[in-house]
Design a protein around this ligand. Structure first.
Ligand code: C2O
Ligand code: CU
Ligand code: CU
Length: 460
């Protein structure tokens, strides 16, 4: 049989998939999860690492029959994982082999704005741009994606997104599952629609308030499974969708633990039955499979939809205990800090921040280098309707001070770069920029970003 696992072509950066046919209880064929390859550095020493990242067009087989035209980094869809260490000097040669301009934005990295890859730094077709920085932040699962003016949504939808794993002494020492592709899996969760010709139907399903798809893809895999031992399994959840929110939970309602938020480990594992991620947000979770045996399946769900089947195919006696302490997170001092207000309002092509739509030539607010300012982000209820806006700031990891005056939930008491702001809600953030320049802040519903729900802060 020609399962979609077997004829998946052009996925140069993906680890080989199992060809065996696996069916779920309803008899539906499942596909081995594609696991993005760890990028092979061009050169590496303890203090320096060099990568090449090429945006390119290709074809990807998602469905039976015709392949889908897609974009990817160093491959046809998505990209490889760039692993970097705290303190390391990183050199990335970015290359654009597309027929249109793109940019290379490092979402969650604390880097100067001239290499942050925002709309001011497009890379034209057949152009390259050199990106050099020193990793100045703790271990975290970050990601990268295009951010050129008004084309972010379409380019991400077509497949441009990759992961960055920052490692540090703490992540090296922590006793956590870290056997990549064995008990440590990144899950880039996206939704896509296909037309009758098996092509992505972005134009046909476009919605200015966020384009949704009817098919769930995890790392570019439809209906995926992984084969695991009955041990602790680490899932690095990344909401890589243009607009869809996910509420992840286990099929049986069992408890799992969240160990990391966008920008690093939480202080302690947080026991949860579900975690909601809006576009751009990440969460690392640990699922404990020790009470299961060979032949059992545990499903990661989004509501009623299966995201991933964890098939236990081997039993082990070597069980790991989750560390009680994961991190020490210094509380940011906001005593006497200035307060800046950001009001998100409007719908579709009218979305705005403080009444303004994005203008590259306008600086919306200023902040001093290393100064902590309280950003008060308000989602205005609208007569036309209201939506959750995932509010993202470039160049920082911030702390959530409050949600409508109340302490944020435990799993939001860590470093964040994107925060869901619900209709009518006011969220207070402590924001310090460690680098100078002009940084974007915006709604991470990518169509909202492209339609102007974005502003610029100048840091001097
Ligand atoms: Cu992930 Cu400005 O974006
Ligand atoms: Cu970003
Ligand atoms: Cu929005």
């Amino acid at each position: 049989d020609s399962s979609s696992a077997g004829n998946f072509i052009g996925m140069g950066h993906m680890m080989g998939a199992d060809r065996a046919t696996v069916l779920d209880e309803s008899g539906q064929e499942m596909t081995a999860l594609r696991v993005p390859e760890l990028a092979v550095p061009d050169s590496e020493s303890d203090s320096e690492i060099t990568y090449t990242v090429t945006a390119q067009a290709g074809e990807t087989a998602f469905l039976e029959g015709k392949t889908t035209q897609t974009l990817g980094y160093n491959g046809s869809y998505l990209g490889p994982v760039l692993v970097v260490n705290e303190g390391q000097e990183v050199h990335i040669k970015t290359e654009n082999q597309l027929s249109e301009a793109t940019s290379f934005h490092w979402h969650g990295l604390k880097v100067p704005s001239d290499i942050d890859g925002g709309p001011h730094h497009p890379v034209g077709p057949n152009e390259t741009m050199q990106v050099d920085f020193t990793v100045n932040q703790e271990a975290a699962t970050l990601w990268f994606h295009p951010h050129a003016l008004r084309t972010t949504a379409e380019q991400v939808y077509a497949g441009l997104a990759g992961l960055i794993f920052v490692e540090d002494d703490n992540s090296d020492q922590l006793n956590l599952p870290k056997d990549y592709g064995v008990n440590d899996f990144p899950l880039i969760v996206q939704d896509r629609s296909f037309d009758a010709d098996n092509q992505f139907d972005y134009a046909g399903t476009y919605d200015p308030d966020g384009t949704y798809g009817d098919t769930l893809l995890v790392n570019g895999t439809i209906n995926p499974y992984v084969e695991v031992k009955n041990e602790l399994v680490r899932l690095r959840l990344v909401n890589g969708s243009n607009a869809r929110n996910y509420t992840f939970g286990l099929e049986n309602g069992a408890v799992f633990h969240q160990i990391a938020s966008d920008g690093g480990f939480l202080e302690q594992p947080v026991a949860l039955k579900s975690v909601t991620l809006t576009p751009g947000e990440r969460a690392e979770i640990i699922v404990d499979l020790s009470s299961y045996g060979k032949g059992d399946t545990v499903k990661l769900m989004d509501g009623d939809a299966t995201v991933l089947a964890l098939n236990v195919t081997e039993e082990t006696d070597a069980q790991m205990a989750l560390p009680e302490t994961l991190n020490a997170i210094p509380e940011m001092t906001t005593q006497g800090a200035a307060v800046q207000q950001f009001t998100l309002s409007g719908m579709s092509f009218m979305v705005n921040i403080n009444g303004n739509q994005f203008d590259m030539d306008r600086i919306d607010t200023e902040q001093s280098l290393n100064e902590t300012v309280i950003w008060e982000v308000h989602n205005a209820q609208d007569m036309m309707g209201s939506m959750v806006h995932p509010f993202h700031i470039h160049g920082v990891q911030f702390q959530v001070l409050s949600r409508d005056g109340a302490e944020p939930p435990q799993n939001e008491q860590g470093w964040k770069d994107t925060i869901a702001v619900y209709p009518g809600e006011t969220v207070r953030l402590a924001v310090t920029f460690p680098e100078k320049g002009v940084f974007m802040y915006h709604c991470h519903i990518l169509e909202h970003e492209d339609n102007g729900m974005m502003g610029q802060v100048s840091v001097q």
